[in-house]
Structure formats: C-alpha cells, structure tokens
Ligand binder design. Structure first.
Ligand SMILES: [Zn+2]
Ligand SMILES: [Zn+2]
Length: 310
C-alpha cells in the first residue's frame, strides 16, 4: 500500500538515530505518520483510494510466543519502520506499508492528532504496563510528548496526584494545562525532598520519560518503599544504587512501544476526546527544514512535538 504522507512527527529517537549516526546509510527515518491511501497493493481488499489512515509502524509474524500472547511488540521476527532496511520511514512524500499495518482514522480525529497516535500509544502502554491502581500518586520525569501523554493516560486510569518534573518553562506550562497537580522545576529545588513532602512516603509510581540528564537514580529516590519506576525513555547511562533497590524493594520496569491493540486504543482515545494534543504541537515545518530541526532538537528546547509536512 502506498500512503501519501500528510504529517510525520519527529520523535526523540529520530534525533538520536540521526545525530549518533546509528541510522543505516540511505535509510529514511519517520514512524509517526498519517496520510491518505494513494495506491492499493495487488490482492488487497477492504480499502479505498483517498481514505485517511495511520499505521502501526511494525509488522509481526503472528505465530511466535509473543504474538500468541498479544505482545506483538516483542515478536521475534518484528520488522520496524525506519529500522528494517526494507521499510523506509515517512519523512517523504509517500511511504509504503503492508495493508495489515493500516488503521482507519475516524472523522473526529484530526490529521495533527493522527500523527501523534504513535507516541500516545507508547504512553498508554507505559501506564497500563505499570499496573497503576486507582489513587496511586504519580511522578512523571519529562514533559515531552511521551510525558504529557503519560500524564493524560495516568489521569484517565485513575491516578491520584500527578507531579511532573520539567526544567523547560513552556513544557511545564503545558503540563499544568493538561492536568498536572504540580510541576516542579528541578533547577530550583530538591526534587526528591519535595516529592516526599507532597506524598508523605514518596510516590507510588514514577515514569521516566526523559533521557537527558540521566535521572533513574532520582526517580528511584522519589518513589516510596515498594514503589515502582517505569523506564519509558532509553537513557544511555544511569547511576543505580543496588542497595536502594534492596532496602526499598523498588520495582524497576522497562516499557517498550505498545501492542497492536494499544495502538488502536490510542486512536479511539482521540476519537472520544479523552486525550488531547492541546499545546503540544509546537511547530509544523516543510521537509526541507528537517535536517536543521533535528540539529535544533538535540539541544534542550521548548518544542514538544514538531510535525513535518512534506
Ligand atoms: Zn516515536
Ligand atoms: Zn511473532
């Protein structure tokens, strides 16, 4: 299937892949996209030219251990858009995907929202995977797109107080408008002391949604005994004190991508207006400006989500 790309969002992982030189030569990045069907593959039924779609940016085998458990994101034969050499990404006029990856977009979901379904699914998975219970106090490190969607998903799943830690003023402001009870600026404050003061024992769950600077040890310090730390951003380094894990019996859990089902649920959350991108899409740029924007986004910036419009 050929999709004419309407928008493709820039992800933190795109910035890292490109600037760290990890991206294979000649590979087109971009996995957060929406568009319209321009060409239908031979033998494919059920789709029409011009239909508005987004796509789960991976294909799976459907028969391995993980696929059978509906944990498709761990499929042993997974192929990920912009990672697999035969699946170039969507920073382009058009992108080729398999029909099985396509998801139809309801009229209620705008093109801008549709381009953020992917990061929203990442956050939804993180909150579900954390086993949050109603009333749990929550700390979110980082108010980028993942942190802000995690904030909204946590609220939706019945979290008690939600505290967000974010040094950049504009992002903090958006976190407040999207429902954070308090936004803490790490530069002026002993974050751990403040979280302890606000929650008495420490937070029930912390979500790590930033990888600069590495703050895993602070997250571990900010949760209560037997609390949980969910690692959503893949920091390249961390300082962990095993004693802290042992004494406090902290559970540190990774959260990677999302299941097939969670991706579809993220579309539905936008349709039901349970999730919003209000204040989050900071810029829409033409494809030509992508290289410079990638460079700009490597430094701490006020931008939350930048969309590329080819
Ligand atoms: Zn992404
Ligand atoms: Zn599989």
């Amino acid at each position: 299937m050929l999709i004419e790309v309407k928008y493709c969002g820039i992800c933190g992982s795109d910035v890292r892949l490109i600037l760290d030189g990890i991206l294979a030569t000649g590979m087109i990045p971009g996995h957060e996209f929406c568009g319209t069907i321009a060409e239908i593959g031979p033998g494919v039924e059920g789709w029409k030219i011009g239909e508005r779609v987004t796509a789960v940016p991976y294909t799976t085998c459907g028969e391995c251990y993980y696929c059978l458990q509906e944990q498709q994101h761990h499929c042993s034969r997974i192929k990920i858009v912009a990672v697999n050499p035969r699946m170039p990404g969507a920073f382009a006029d058009s992108v080729k995907v398999r029909a099985s990856m396509l998801r139809r977009l309801p009229d209620e979901v705008s093109d801008e929202e549709a381009a953020t379904v992917e990061p929203c699914a990442v956050s939804l998975h993180a909150v579900r995977h954390s086993g949050m219970r109603a009333g749990d106090s929550t700390v979110i490190f980082g108010a980028g797109a993942i942190g802000l969607f995690a904030l909204q998903c946590a609220r939706m799943e019945g979290s008690g107080s939600v505290y967000v830690i974010e040094p950049v003023e504009y992002r903090s402001h958006v976190a407040s408008t999207l429902g954070a009870d308090r936004v803490l600026y790490p530069q002026n404050l002993n974050v751990v002391g403040e979280i302890r003061r606000l929650t008495t024992e420490g937070a029930d769950i912390a979500y790590l949604c930033t990888d600069t600077p590495p703050v895993l040890h602070i997250a571990m310090d900010s949760v209560r005994k037997q609390g949980k730390v969910i690692v959503v951003a893949g920091s390249l380094s961390a300082e962990v004190v095993p004693q802290l894990l042992m004494w406090k019996e902290i559970e540190v859990k990774g959260s990677f991508m999302y299941t097939d089902n969670e991706f579809s649920q993220a579309i539905d959350l936008f349709r039901q207006k349970k999730i919003t991108t209000k204040g989050m899409i900071s810029r829409i740029i033409p494809l030509e400006e992508l290289p410079k924007m990638i460079e700009d986004l490597s430094h701490p910036a006020s931008d939350i989500k930048v969309l590329v419009k080819p």
